[in-house]
Ligand binder design. Sequence first.
Ligand SMILES: Cc1cc2nc3c(=O)[nH]c(=O)nc-3n(C[C@H](O)[C@H](O)[C@H](O)COP(=O)(O)OP(=O)(O)OC[C@H]3O[C@@H](n4cnc5c(N)ncnc54)[C@H](O)[C@@H]3O)c2cc1C
Length: 308
Amino acid sequence: MIKEVIMYDVIIIGSGVAGLTAAIYARSRSLKTAVFEKEENVGGIIRGVSFVTHYPGVSYNERGDEFVSKIEDQTRDAGAEIIHEEVTKVDLNADPKVVYTNNGKYEAKKIVIANGTTPRKLDCHSEDNDTLISYDAFADSSKAFGKEVFIVGGSDGAVKESIFLASLANKVHITHQGEALTAIEAFQNEVNSKNNIEVHLNTRIDSISGESGNVTVKLRDVKTDEITEVSGDHYVFAYIGGVPNTDLYEGLDLTDKGYIVIDKNMKTNIDGVYAAGDIVDNDVRQISTAASEGTIAAIRIADELKNA
Ligand SMILES: Cc1cc2nc3c(=O)[nH]c(=O)nc-3n(C[C@H](O)[C@H](O)[C@H](O)COP(=O)(O)OP(=O)(O)OC[C@H]3O[C@@H](n4cnc5c(N)ncnc54)[C@H](O)[C@@H]3O)c2cc1C
């Protein structure tokens, strides 16, 4: 039997905060809306964050999964379809646009690209040490219990997750290649107030080897090249930024680092194709900016469809 191709006003790729917000606003303008999400869970990066900070209205110590579940409910209540299929190919220049997934083919008048970034892997990451490194402290928090853990990174995210892990691990070592942590002062003050967090500046992790329970971490002082080797019941969590998920798309204007170039209406260089969230060329990457960009994209799409 030939499967009928479903036609939407707007298809949104990715169910992070940018994608869900775009869906809520698209539905507020009565657009037939589908959000595609490759993972079992909705919500993207923020779902895996220990505590959400600085977003207006968020409660003290609100967990990422609690926070994003509310947005998921709101999106479904608004009448958007959330389809758990991976987008594998998109014909952005066609009219209507065509979206192919691991399970079928869909069409839409407009597209919002909101499929975010993938955590950058440590350059000493290999399949052999796959079980010794995590990029998601909340999901893998059980791996920190009673251990000495190493965090790689000095940004807000890395330092915030270190503070969370310090409540579970015996000791947390923050390793950062720079001269100083880049995290906000409030997080750094919290780090200084914990007696089980040690900060190692000008330090990179050269290698991680061994097996669970007996892991050797080689630390390099990037100024002197001196190596320190530590062995024991260790685990490593890395937060060294993300790589934009733009491989799927052909013909889009991208920056040198692969982020999508957009105008102030979140339009890309291809007609009818918008983008929002961490995947776009905007130096500030927060949930408030993701929500703002998703809002603008959806409202501009509704305007375009109304005036067509
Ligand atoms: C550790 C950490 C802590 C943070 N804490 C905060 C905070 O407290 N406050 C704050 O404001 N910001 C915080 N941020 C930043 C914030 O999480 C991000 O800016 C925001 O969540 C990005 O949302 P997004 O919708 O752009 O992308 P994402 O959340 O990355 O969502 C993209 C979605 O697209 C899906 N996807 C990818 N490819 C495909 C495909 N081919 N088909 C279908 N689906 C696909 C992914 O599975 C994912 O669900 C933090 C970031 C980190 C790393």
